[in-house]
Structure formats: C-alpha cells, structure tokens
Design a protein around this ligand. Structure first.
Ligand code: ADP
Ligand code: MG
Length: 269
C-alpha cells in the first residue's frame, strides 16, 4: 500500500545548520495496517509525514502509494488519497463555516466538480449518520460554525472530513495531544472505530508510548532521522512501556528525552 524507499531529506544543506531529518528511511505498510510511530522530539516523525504528503520534495529515495510512484507528485494531487489530522485543532477545518459546510467541502473533493458548499438532502442525511455514530452530539449541531466548537469536537469534524472520501492512507500527527485526557481517550476510541470500520491503512504519531503499544498492529520508532525499531505481532503484544524504553536506550545509546511522554507515563502508571 505505502512504500517508502530510502527517503532522505536534509534541511539547510551546505550551511552550518545542515541537518538530515530523514536519513535513508525505508518503510512498507500493508493494506489495512495501523502503525503507531514514536520517537523523541526532533526524531523526524512529522518530516516523514511531510515527505509522504509532498509538503517538500525528497533529496533522495522514493514514495510509492498503492503501486504508484508519487515521489514527484505535488501535494495537492496527493491530497485526495491521503487524509491528515494535525495536533492543532485549529488546523483542518474552516472556523467560519458550519459543520455541514465543512463536511460538504471535503465531500465535494471526491466529485470531479469544483469545491462546493452546496449540500443536498442525501448528503446531509449521510453526514448526520456519520456524526451520530461518533456519539459527540454533533449531529444536532450541523448548522453551528466550527469555530464555536471545543478542540475535541473540532478534531472529530476533521477526522470525519479526512475519511469521508475513503483515503488510501490516514496520517495522524499527535492528533489528541492538545486535548484533555478524557477527551483524548474519546477521540482515540473514535479514531479506532473509523480505522476498523473502513479498514484504513493508518499511521499515527504519538508521544504516549503506552497508547502506541496498545493501539494499532505495529509500532515503529524513529531516532535521528532513522527507523531504529519496527515491532509487530507477538513481540509487540508482550511488550511493556519499560521494555520499549530499554530498547530505545540500547538502540540509540541515550535516554528517551520526551518530557511529555514521561509526564504521560506518570499519569498512567
Ligand atoms: N521545514 C523545516 N526546515 C528546517 N528544519 C526542519 C523543518 N522541518 C523539520 N526540521 C527539523 O528536522 C528535525 C525533525 O523534525 P520533526 O520531523 O518535526 O521531528 P518530530 O516530529 O519527530 O518531533 C528537527 O531537527 C527539525 O528542527
Ligand atoms: Mg512532530
């Protein structure tokens, strides 16, 4: 489904600030696989997502999606196939448009004609049904401007917008990190439901190592622009947070330096 072959990205090349954010990253995802992606701050996780989405061109390597080489495809051409949710609930939705209008815009992308705010009764019924399934009470607020919603509610609308058209790939970049713990749990449940129901091939970046091991089918760890760990199946099933931290120290020769992750650890243990 997704195949990244030896991706290289160097920022500020040829200057004293030169920094290789992706250092020959190779990764393959099967159809329907749900990978959690972890690593210290600055490991290159978001840069990998940017490379997949075409936010910049790679310096080396290739990205294949569904058998097609998209390495040189511009980001707007990839957007229909790749849904992406960011950490910031302000991104992803238009605050001055209603829930219904935001969803209609996203939905119209699939249809061949231009972006449209026009919604027909059948679309509205479909949006209502999808929102009701998420159990956030949003199906009764479809005429509410998105800017008036809470962060968690906005993330739900963004998630739905990203998945209305069945993307080939769903990328979640710490999409619950800005939410309070209770809302974060709720959004994670909704995320799991959407991924399962639609058998979506998914990558989720999270700083919460517990959540990374519990969620999805496989966990990949990055450090200094490289993939240093890739675990799935029974090896992953039996793994504890401490095992994972230990493996990180062994592979990278340092301690995991993510303060937020350590806070999360305190809370959940
Ligand atoms: N657009 C950019 N310009 C320059 N440096 C960047 C850019 N994007 C990321 N970087 C650098 O690349 C490294 C990896 O960043 P990032 O992928 O955001 O890390 P992560 O998401 O794992 O925390 C960091 O050192 C960061 O400063
Ligand atoms: Mg990041």
């Amino acid at each position: 489904m997704l195949k990244i072959e030896s991706a290289v990205k160097t920022f500020f090349k040829g200057t004293p600030n030169e920094h290789t954010a992706l250092d020959h990253v190779s990764l393959s995802l099967e159809n329907g696989e749900f990978v959690t992606l972890v690593g210290s701050n600055g490991a290159g996780k978001s840069t990998l997502f940017n490379a997949i989405c075409g936010s910049f061109m790679l310096d080396g390597g290739a990205v294949m999606l569904d058998g097609k080489d998209i390495t040189y495809q511009p980001d707007y051409r990839r957007a229909a196939d790749i849904g992406r949710v960011f950490q910031d609930p302000m991104k992803g939705t238009a605050p001055n448009l209603t829930i219904e209008e935001n969803l209609a815009l996203a939905y119209s992308r699939k249809k061949k004609h231009a972006f449209s705010l026009a919604v027909n009764k059948r679309d509205i019924a479909y949006f209502r049904e999808r929102l009701a399934a998420m159990d956030m009470g949003l199906e009764d607020r479809m005429k509410t401007k998105v800017g008036l919603l809470s962060g968690g509610q906005r993330q739900v609308v963004t998630l739905l917008m990203c998945t209305l058209n069945m993307p080939k790939l769903l990328l979640l970049d710490e999409h619950t990190a800005a939410l309070d713990p209770q809302t974060s749990d709720k959004i994670m449940k909704i995320t799991n439901d959407i991924v399962k129901e639609n058998n979506l091939t998914t990558m989720m970046i999270t700083h919460n190592l517990n959540a990374a091991l519990r969620t999805g089918t496989r966990t990949v760890m990055m450090d200094s622009g490289k993939v240093i760990l890739d675990i799935s199946g029974s090896e992953r099933d039996g793994m504890t947070l401490n095992d994972l931290l230990e493996m990180y120290s062994q592979k990278s020769d340092k301690q995991f330096d993510n303060d937020r992750m350590l806070l999360t650890k305190d809370r959940s243990e």
